[in-house]
Design a protein around this ligand. Sequence first.
Ligand SMILES: *Cc1c(COP(=O)(O)O)cnc(C)c1O
Length: 377
Amino acid sequence: MPKKLKFETLAIQSTQKPNKTTGAVATPINLSTTFERETDGSYTSGYVYSRAENPNRQLLEDSLALLEKGAVGLAFSSGMAAITALFNAIKTKRHILLPDDVYYATKVMAEELFGKKGIQVSTVVMSDLKAVKKAIRKNTALVWLETPSNPQLNISDIAKIAKMAHKVGAICAVDNTWPSPVLQRPIEHGADVVMHSTSKYFGGHSDVLGGCLVLKKKGKLAATLKSIQTLTGGVPSPFECWLVTRGIKTLHVRVMQQTKNAMKLAKFLEKHPKIEKVNYPGLKSHPHYKVAKKQMTEGFGAMLSVQVKGDDQNAMKITGRLALFTTATSLGGVESLVEHRKSIEGPNSPTPDNLLRISVGLEHIDDLIADWEQALR
Ligand SMILES: *Cc1c(COP(=O)(O)O)cnc(C)c1O
């Protein structure tokens, strides 16, 4: 496929594979777990057994690699399975550096599963370059970024941190779930690995769980990860792959419109007297606005969080008054969601008590703003 095609075109083209025998335009779902072998021992189709590869996963993995400007795509059964696969590639006695406000399950998983097995895990304020420089060790093997971060929307400088990581021979990997490749392509800024929870914007309809890793280049790390993927078997089913590839077709139009809605909502909330603070990297008041503008080329995403005046009880009450924002965890679907983050993360969470996280959907923005107006009465 010509690589100079625009994102929207690539998204459609790369997920389209008309069936040779029937002519069906919509890609069929291949449920077969096993594939026929020839008498000479070869496999005409190239497929052997579904845990290793299957046609629906192949189509998805190739599309993911193309859209993230990488060389290799690997699909997993969830975002956490994708992260675990990468952490599994890190040798003992090496060090993993995480942002202090990383996705909560990533931190717990790293500390509980890897920290107890001889891998060093530490955290740093990833938006503070001086602190990052100090926190990188001689034995650092992986610097993990998540930008914008969850749930406080801090921005870390991918290009600068990737360079620092490379100096000690470490990999720089970016959890790119929130911006999606529509708005940010970390490999173009020097990252080696991009990770997604495809349960979010890629799927786009809150009805499929999935994850992926995209690698900048083929080679040893890609081969190791492919092997981990096949051996540990945390792979998505053909139907799940099919749902994510279908989501990819409309990814660009959804993310752009949801981003537009988020910017308008952020501006409205920033002026509201009952709001203490709005965390959205598209606002000029955001402390990392310039870095965000540099690496998020088409917009600032459809996620934001607000700190409402008053305590956690008051924040919870507001979620109850919102009619168009369903109170639920997760994000990236066509429907707007709101969540009191601290109470879901648990007592050790560093998230402020009065913070509400918002995933802005595709509803009309006037309706969404009016809903907040009445809820903040
Ligand atoms: C949801 C999410 C994950 C975890 O993905 P799952 O598909 O739920 O396993 C990781 N990182 C971020 C930023 C997420 O939003």
